[in-house]
Design a protein around this ligand. Structure first.
Ligand code: CTP
Length: 402
């Protein structure tokens, strides 16, 4: 997600400009803020009204407009953005950029910019292959300008070849990838478990617990927002799937362990699921009926695999950082400290789940982080805030040990 990133979209004069309202829409769907600059050529293919409507912002066109300069100014226009995107980037605007020509608002804003620039070229195949264009591209690439496409295909001029502007979704993907590369957990793989597990008694009944999945889902969201490629293995939960996270939905502890093991190797594993400690030895295939003697059936339980202990001891494939949770109702710190040692994980996030705390199912959590350095008491805060703080600690630790 582009998360309020400010994008200055420069629309220059190629037929592909007709795709720009769609591009603006797709960038905004990913939560970016988009402001458009339209060249005179661009305005032959797409109207300022269309771009203004989809961007919900003023469209800037004229370098010498007193009002525009007063409100914004070409310097601030480019400096206020997090990224300048030129789409379509015609041979002409690329040439101006390469040679430092500033003769309209778009080219002046580009020259005045101290922000990263991405271009999505669009032109006829002969223009793309022209040595002048190739030299301009090489010059711009050397200066750090990034390129998205162009693609090969049919062109508006009837020819076929390289020069079509990439599709709006591809451009939005590339923009997202650009920002992802700047994130502190870019290149890091993370695994999170969340929710309860359900252990079948028969086709209609099961053993479960009160976990809502709120904390685990929030952790997956926080890691992903910091750039980690995140897999969330979750038992049944009503929480929405976090955006940008690979979801693996399971029911039982055994399925959860399988899913976790097939996600390895990862750099960090945070196991927040409330895994059922036991399962019914043999779940009945048919619904258990009340017997004529009215006696309730006896359930034989067997222990489930311990996912946290297993992942903490997988030898070479062990994540660099394994973090467990400890749901406790009594002697929270002492029990959690013991759990850390017993399971062999690096950190334990201990939380008090006595009913009066409202932790299970609630939005807030009071946790204590137990590491090899001791115990940190965190204030009561939302589960999202706990997740963000934990993710920041992961960044500090993984970047310190890289
Ligand atoms: N856990 C696990 N697999 C299990 C049981 C627990 O991976 N079969 C993980 C949980 O995801 C959590 C940690 O172990 O990260 C501690 O879970 P918790 O329920 O607090 O502890 P238990 O190991 O179940 O011990 P107890 O129920 O005796 O407190």
């Amino acid at each position: 997600m582009l998360d309020n990133k400010k994008i200055l979209l420069i629309v220059s004069g190629g037929i592909a400009a007709y795709k720009c309202p769609d591009l603006v829409r797709r960038l905004r769907q990913r939560a970016a803020r988009v402001r458009c600059v339209l060249t005179n050529g661009g305005a032959e293919f797409v109207t300022p009204l269309a771009l203004g409507a989809v961007s919900e912002d003023k469209v800037y066109q004229d370098l010498f407009s007193l009002t525009d300069e007063d409100e914004m100014g070409h310097i601030r226009l480019s400096r206020e953005a997090d990224l300048v995107l030129v789409a379509p980037a015609t041979a002409n605007i690329l040439a101006k950029m390469a040679h430092g020509i500033a003769d309209d608002l778009a080219s002046t804003a580009l020259m005045a910019s101290d922000k990263p620039i991405l271009c999505a070229p669009a032109m006829n195949v002969r223009m793309w292959e022209n040595p002048a264009t190739l030299e301009n591209l090489a010059t711009l690439a050397k200066r750090g300008v990034g390129f998205i496409g162009p693609e090969e295909g049919d062109m508006a001029c009837g020819e076929w070849g390289l020069g079509r502007m990439s599709e709006p979704d591809q451009i939005a993907d590339a923009v997202e990838e650009f920002f992802r590369q700047e994130l502190p957990l870019n290149g890091i793989r993370s695994l999170v478990t969340s929710g309860p597990t359900l252990e079948a008694i028969d086709p209609v009944r099961y053993l479960a617990n009160r976990s809502s999945g709120k904390q685990g889902h929030a952790i997956a969201t926080a890691l992903s927002r910091l750039g980690a490629a995140t897999t969330l293995v979750s038992g049944p939960s009503h929480q929405p799937d976090p955006v940008g996270v690979k979801m693996v939905k399971v029911e039982t502890a055994v399925q959860m362990l399988d899913a976790c093991e097939s996600t390895l190797p990862v750099d960090v594993a945070i196991l927040a699921a409330a895994v059922s400690d036991w399962r019914v030895e043999t779940a009945e295939i048919s619904k258990i009926k009340k017997g004529s003697d009215k006696k309730p059936p006896a359930l034989t339980l067997v222990e489930n695999p311990d996912i946290l202990a297993t992942l903490s001891a997988v030898g070479n494939a062990r994540p660099r950082l394994v973090i467990g949770f400890a749901a406790e109702t009594d002697d929270v710190i002492a029990n959690a400290t013991q759990k850390r040692a017993k399971k062999g994980c690096d950190w334990i996030v201990a939380n008090d789940v006595k009913p009066e705390t409202g932790t299970f199912g609630g939005d807030a959590n009071t946790v204590h982080l137990i590491t090899e350095d001791g115990v940190e008491d965190w204030p009561t805060q939302s589960k999202a805030a706990v997740a963000e703080r934990l993710a920041e600690r992961v960044v500090e630790t993984l970047t310190a040990t890289q």
